[in-house]
Design a protein around this ligand. Sequence first.
Ligand SMILES: Cc1cc2nc3c(=O)[nH]c(=O)nc-3n(C[C@H](O)[C@H](O)[C@H](O)COP(=O)(O)OP(=O)(O)OC[C@H]3O[C@@H](n4cnc5c(N)ncnc54)[C@H](O)[C@@H]3O)c2cc1C
Ligand code: SF4
Length: 572
Amino acid sequence: MNPNAPYDVVIVGAGVAGSLTACRLKATRPDARILILEAGNNPTTPGERAAFVDTYQISPTKSVPSPYAELPNNKEKFAPSSDGVPDFTVMNQYYDEDGKLDVFASGFQRMIGGSTWAWRGNTPRFVPNDFQLKTKYGVGVDWPFSYDELEPYYMQAENELGISGNATEWVGITPRSGDYPMPGMAPSYGDELARTALSTIKPIDGIPVKIVTTPQARNSQPYRGRSACQGNSSCIPVCPTGAKYDASIHVNKARDELGVELRTASVATRIVPPAGDGQPYTVFFRDWTTVDHAEQQLTAKHVVLALNAIETPKLWLLSGLNNSSDQVGRNLMDHHSAEMIGLFGQPVYPFRGPQSALGVDTFRDGDFRKNNGAFRMTIGNDGWGRSGSPEKTLQSFLWDDTNKKVKLLGKPLQQAVADKVTRMLRISISTEQLPNPDNRVTLSDKTDALGIPHPKIAYKLDDYSKRALAYGHSVTRRMWQHLEDTAGATRIDPVQPTLKYNGAGHLMGTMRMGDKASAVVDAWGNSHDHPGIWIVGSSVFPTGGTANPTLTVAALTLRTADALADALATTP
Ligand SMILES: Cc1cc2nc3c(=O)[nH]c(=O)nc-3n(C[C@H](O)[C@H](O)[C@H](O)COP(=O)(O)OP(=O)(O)OC[C@H]3O[C@@H](n4cnc5c(N)ncnc54)[C@H](O)[C@@H]3O)c2cc1C
Ligand code: SF4
């Protein structure tokens, strides 16, 4: 084969969307010549995982990016990952955000395997009405197809990622045509106490508070050569055992088993469409391991963009590609998360098992969505989660920072810690946001070490999304009241809704799917303006619902890969 001939497909990005596309395409079209072009350059071996765990353990902040901050692309600011957390000491302030607006608080990892190195691995499906928000509730937009159409791909995605779940618990929430590949994760001791205490709560606003086992990309038993979860509770940001799925699994499979080429440390800089009929696309990139970082190029009949909802529109805009719908970069969404923390009436002994195993999914749909966004809830198994680590608690007992003197020492200190840390419990909400064309990614004047513009982000929460936070708080507060009344819970914080939020890491929108007039890609992820360009990932979501996005990303990716495989059959 002529090595200078165009590739059949170049996939930009080796996260879950890119690597799954590669595996599916190559399995369907074994003769196709496929390359993944990837900005990261980290090894994906068990040894490297151990090194990340070591870095994480000695990190003072233990922030999400802490295991990965020393990777050359982050440290040297070549193709840097985003901040993701408001901790400016550990990362590089990659986003250029307008300080007058709200904060877009979610980040991503530039690594082989992408952000799944940092994710928690919760994988509920969207609920059916998420696909028809406009028709049902008069807000947002509809997706170009229904839940039923995606359902077979949800099944396949669950097998690919290896999801544990209890199908019977989901009857009435998300219809299923089959079982999960693995049984659900066993709840921890504390989960069981919380579930028992909440089993007697009456419906809130007519909605039952039903606790279900959260489906997770985490092995409840050995699965496809990976071990069962060992319960280390460090799922975010790094799983020491590999029991939590990450996309290095599909990257390795694509490269080592299926013969897909992988080119790493290579940051795509622009895509140039064909000059004439039958001509290929040209993909330009810079390799940050070279001395001069000179721009290089290769050609492809089809290009798949799998760079996530910040980087995909950035590359599109950098390339000056057509934008006839004017929707490129617009409708950026996230799920806004907030925690309510308190002490349970008896020890729950957190940190034994995944960071969460149970959730409440009954507030993810209902007539209230005409007025305010829906939300998912999780019951934490990691103490006070992001709000207060055991170490912070120890410090607060030990040292009086105002008067600069020791507070407790010895046995009294031990007793105070034993009493408090063992009873820490959190309930979190993760709320729905509507698409808003003014929430957008454009190009910044600031550039990274390769001379490539940073993304500029304009972002503001609309009232519908703020009311989702307020309603989520109100429901959670009523659940806590029940725990106070029946299970001796105390010290609930915050008592009042604050509308403060964290990002969920769920970058969505910016390259949405729909008809040509109002969307960037069609229902199969194929660009309306450039027929050889396909987009996978949550950038194509027209609305964001409440489900953590990655299972839906995986299902959509398989669907797009099938459509692209069909297109390859007719591409000369
Ligand atoms: C802290 C955290 C917790 C999360 N928890 C959950 C959860 O519990 N459940 C859930 O469903 N989701 C969760 N997510 C979201 C989940 O991680 C993402 O949805 C998912 O990883 C997105 O995959 P992707 O392949 O679309 O994009 P990414 O993972 O961002 O991958 C994009 C790839 O493109 C590469 N790339 C970027 N720019 C370029 C370029 N110019 N040239 C070449 N390559 C490039 C990157 O290096 C990367 O490999 C979480 C995210 C975070 C950060
Ligand atoms: S609890 Fe531990 S072993 Fe299990 S998925 Fe989380 S980090 Fe991995």
